[in-house]
Write a protein that binds this ligand. Structure first.
Ligand SMILES: [Zn+2]
Length: 346
């Protein structure tokens, strides 16, 4: 499986939280290469791979399948579309962006912006209710627009993945198409070794870990390894000390704690030891920001031990994030090594 091909294919298939169906079907097709036991439940994709022995711990590899986005909430008399946010959008980076509106047919829209020389408070990011989407229609076409767009239709950034210099890539939803690609590549390697594990691509993580909560109760994992993306705030090195959180190009990010979870110390120690033995580049997340599906697995069924492995990505929750393919490789190498190490160190 080619990392860039899988990553781009998943990232360019829209999956705004609550409307993940198309990406869920695509991921299910990938997983069917390794097992017949794949199902799409709601928009959660669940696969059981290998033969689980009763005495072995049940290991779950998780990546959320959804992405942040928007939803149509109103059509104005002037023929503009009003939108609401699904998940935490970076509002500073919205104006002028091109959008895909998934109505009865797909439309392209542009987020309207007042020219800077007419704006008095240009430094302030717009509130979501101050934003209007221009589809080209006006008051004269409003009735026609209403036939295509229904309130509740999902909206995503119109960004296609592209390669940058130095092994880096750009796309709109590496949070969390990178996590999904890492799990798929790990699944390929682990299935070849005949390892037993469960894969969950969870729905609606960005709006409250909802798919993971629902599936966690049923799957009853002993250990859950969560692959997600996290903020690399590593741009302004120099004179003043900044909190980078993590750094691009420095490998897989291991979380100690975040807004929802204190991660399992024994799994963290095992991850660091295993990474050292296998020569996998890792770094710690230097902040307690954000949160992952781990919070759901810690609180579901008997409470799984959790390990968070994240991709250091720049500009997440915007139209164009940037990732380093070598960091994604480090994420799936570590996920694979941990799936083996948890069985062997149980
Ligand atoms: Zn995420």
């Amino acid at each position: 499986m080619n990392l860039q091909e899988v990553l781009f294919n998943i990232a360019d298939t829209p999956a705004v939280a609550g409307n993940e169906g198309q990406r869920a079907e695509l991921c299910a097709e990938y997983l069917k290469k390794y097992t017949k036991n794949v199902r799409v439940s709601g928009a959660n994709v669940i696969a059981e791979i290998g033969e689980q022995k009763p005495e072995q711990p049940k290991i779950l590899l998780d990546a959320h399948i959804d992405q942040i986005g928007m939803v149509c909430t109103h059509i104005t008399d002037d023929g503009f579309i009003k939108i609401g946010n699904i998940g935490g959008l970076d509002r500073r980076l919205l104006l002028g962006q091109e959008l895909r509106i998934f109505g009865k047919r797909e439309l392209i829209g542009v987020i309207s912006s007042m020219p800077p020389h007419l704006k008095t408070d240009a430094k302030k990011p717009p509130e979501i209710d101050e934003i209007y989407v221009d589809t080209g229609y006006s008051s004269k076409n409003r009735a026609e627009l209403e036939k295509i767009v229904t309130l509740g239709d999902p909206v995503a950034f119109n960004t296609k993945c592209k390669t940058l210099l130095n092994g880096r890539v750009t796309g709109s939803s590496f949070d969390n198409s990178a996590g999904i690609a890492a799990v798929l590549l790990a699944a390929e390697l682990l299935a070849a070794e005949n390892r037993a594990f469960t894969v969950l691509f969870s729905a609606q993580e960005e709006v409250g870990l909802r798919g993971a909560y629902a599936a966690g109760h049923r799957l009853k994992a002993d250990a859950a390894v969560i692959l997600d993306a996290t903020t690399a705030n590593d741009l302004y090195d120099g004179e003043k000390e900044i909190q980078a959180i993590c750094r691009q190009g420095e490998g897989a990010v291991i979380s100690i704690a975040d807004g929802g979870t204190v991660y399992d110390n024994r799994l963290i120690d095992l991850a660091v030891k295993t990474a050292g033995e296998k020569n996998i580049k890792v770094q710690f997340k230097e902040a307690m920001t954000g949160g992952t599906d781990a919070a759901a697995y810690q609180r579901s069924a008997g409470g799984a031990k959790v390990l968070g492995i994240s991709l250091p990505a720049r500009y997440i929750h915007s139209a164009n994030s940037v990732a380093d393919k070598r960091d994604i490789e480090a994420c799936y190498d570590l996920a694979c090594a941990m799936a083996s190490a948890v069985h062997e160190n149980d």
